[in-house]
Write a new protein. Structure first.
Length: 221
């Protein structure tokens, strides 16, 4: 099944470069482009892509606000944020807005294509350096505001095993890695992940990771 992608970036060379790289992949097709956040929201509504490659700094409507609007509209598209700025504030804001992944623009063509595949498959994607910064940020803020009150209210509904899986998701493990760690079938892990998302009313694994940090289920080290 072909993964349909929209690229949102105000720099033409970036859009064209990403388009060439991704269209060279047999399972990925770039179906549209946008020069700003407002246009990105429109393209998602018109084209119903699977993935949006979203630059953070754009005119009219930045990538964070555009992501927030796409998620609020309950669009099926998942947002993969691309930026040259490896800064805590952007990571934190992107995940707050509902981004399903975060990748720096200096990633290789192979890393970019794999990132699209990972996010399209429902996995969370954060660059390792960004993940470390994220954990540090949540641990530093002792009074982190509850971003997902409904999830907190439903937290008690999780079983002990589901809580264990949630912690491993937040630590960045894939389904196969979780299965190996818990010595269970990967299909069993997928079932646990689905139940966690349903019970907590979360959109995807990235939101589950944010919730785990927020609920202090994950700490540095």
């Amino acid at each position: 099944m072909t993964i349909r992608v929209v690229i949102a970036d105000d720099q033409m060379m970036v859009r064209e470069g990403f388009s060439v790289l991704l269209n060279a992949m047999p399972d990925i097709e770039v179906v549209g482009e946008a020069v700003n956040g407002r246009e990105a929201v429109t393209r998602v509504r018109e084209l119903a892509p699977d993935i949006v490659l979203m630059d953070i700094r754009m005119p009219e409507l930045n990538g964070i606000e555009a992501t927030r609007e796409i998620v609020a509209a309950d669009a099926a598209a998942k947002v993969l944020v691309l930026t040259t700025f490896d800064l805590d504030e952007y990571v934190y804001q992107a995940l707050r807005a509902g981004a399903s992944g975060f990748l720096l623009k200096d990633a290789s063509a192979r890393q970019l294509a794999e990132a699209v595949r990972v996010v399209a498959s429902g996995e969370a994607l954060l660059a390792p350096s960004v993940t470390r910064r994220l954990i540090h940020e949540f641990s530093r803020l002792s009074d982190t505001p509850r971003l997902m009150p409904a999830a907190h209210a439903a937290y008690g509904e999780l079983t002990e095993r589901e809580t264990e899986v949630l912690v491993l998701i937040a630590q960045g493990l894939s389904n196969s890695e979780i299965a190996t760690r818990l010595i269970v079938a990967e299909s069993t892990v997928k079932t646990h992940v689905s139940r966690i998302l349903v019970k907590l009313g979360l959109r995807d694994r990235t939101q589950a990771a944010v919730f785990a940090y927020e609920a202090r289920l994950v700490t540095p080290g």
